[in-house]
Write a protein that binds this ligand. Structure first.
Ligand SMILES: Nc1ncnc2c1ncn2[C@@H]1O[C@H](COP(=O)(O)OP(=O)(O)O)[C@@H](O)[C@H]1O
Ligand SMILES: O=P(O)(O)OC[C@H]1O[C@](O)(COP(=O)(O)O)[C@@H](O)[C@@H]1O
Length: 319
């Protein structure tokens, strides 16, 4: 049997450990591993090559993905999806592991309805916005990158008596912002999932400033598009000199944490085992309440991820 692995959409730390485990484990099982280079673009162009142990030597600590990734406009067109499928058949690939986010799973769901596909998705995105799994590959590393940045920003904010507005990624999801705000002791957190009551917070902050507070750390999820508005409000209404820091793509890089490496190994072993035991199955490997499992791809793409209400509730306790 020949199994292939592909990365698609936004890269995330943990892709390389997953790629390494994939190659080593497929060989252990007596089968042949393949790489699809450059994500869906590469699949369309037939960039499918046999993988060797040498290809994956010394990559476990590296961020990004040695086989690269892409977003593909062409994949929205049927003729290119057909071409992609035919390339898999031509290379005798009988099973495909896809490391990707919700967009990539939507693409694979569509392809699996149109063609006879055998694939398993591994939820891989820093955004943590995929239905059916508590955590996605890459999230833990991104959270640690943000934590490191926030600790540093707090140093300068507290020394210089300023308000800092830190914009974090997450697309339409506030998960990274919420967990970062809670674990870094931020005073304010603005996310798409919760309305923000400026006047209540303003009153509270003014009271604290009168009692000696000399800096404010505020986390804004990119999906709110409120970074500038919050900065102006803190400067003009709350009355503290403000600075904006947009963390941007820094959050997608860096050496994967131990947690992400372990998650990559566990997800990959399950994905490969599933592909070897099935011939026409379209699933996503997930982790729920500490238990690994498989979810139908249709269930994953037809439902929207929602943040645990207990976590959302913790926003009320920021101070
Ligand atoms: N509805 C769709 N139909 C066909 N292809 C899609 C669809 N949604 C996403 N894709 C493909 O999947 C790629 C990756 O999706 P994207 O949302 O960019 O990243 P991610 O998988 O990280 O969420 C897109 O560039 C596109 O090629
Ligand atoms: O790298 P790009 O194309 O600018 O996209 C930025 C987006 O990608 C992400 O970093 C990751 O999103 P996906 O994992 O869904 O691709 C988002 O947080 C961000 O909104």
């Amino acid at each position: 049997m020949s199994l292939a692995i592909m990365c698609s959409g936004g890269d995330a730390p943990g892709m390389n450990p997953a790629i390494k485990r994939f190659v080593d484990y497929v060989y252990e099982k007596g089968e042949i591993p393949y790489f699809v280079y450059n994500g869906l673009e590469g699949l369309i162009d037939g960039q499918i090559e046999r993988a060797t142990h040498k290809d994956v030597a010394g990559i476990v600590h590296r961020g990004g993905a040695i086989i690269r990734s892409s977003r593909s406009k062409r994949f929205y067109e049927y003729k290119y999806r057909k071409q992609a499928y035919e390339n898999l058949v031509k290379s005798d690939v009988t099973g495909l592991v896809v490391l990707g986010g919700d967009g990539s799973f939507r693409a694979m769901d569509l392809m699996s309805r149109e063609f006879d596909l055998n694939f398993v998705g591994i939820p891989t995105t820093i955004d943590n916005d995929i239905y059916g799994t508590d955590i996605c590959l890459g999230v833990d590393t991104a959270l640690n990158v943000i934590r490191d940045a926030l600790d540093k920003i707090r140093d300068t904010a507290s020394t210089f008596s300023r308000a800092f507005i830190v914009e974090v990624m997450g697309r339409d999801c506030g998960y990274l912002a919420i967990v970062s705000a809670i674990t870094s002791g931020a005073e304010i957190c603005i996310v798409p999932e919760v309305d923000f009551n400026k006047s209540v917070v303003e009153e509270h902050l003014k009271r604290e400033i009168a009692n000696g507070r000399n800096y404010i750390l505020s986390i804004v999820a990119e999906g709110t598009k409120k970074t500038n508005e919050i900065a102006q409000w803190l400067e003009n209404s709350v009355g503290m000199e403000s600075r904006i820091t947009v963390l941007g793509h820094i959050q997608r890089g860096g050496s994967p944490t131990v947690y992400d490496r372990m998650l990559a190994f566990e997800f990959t072993i399950r994905a490969v085992d599933h592909l070897l035991a099935n011939t026409s199955s379209n699933k996503v490997v997930v982790i729920k309440n500490g238990q690994y499992g498989m979810c139908e791809i249709s269930e994953v793409v037809d439902n929207r991820y929602t943040i645990n209400p207990e976590l959302l509730g913790m926003l009320n306790k920021l101070d």
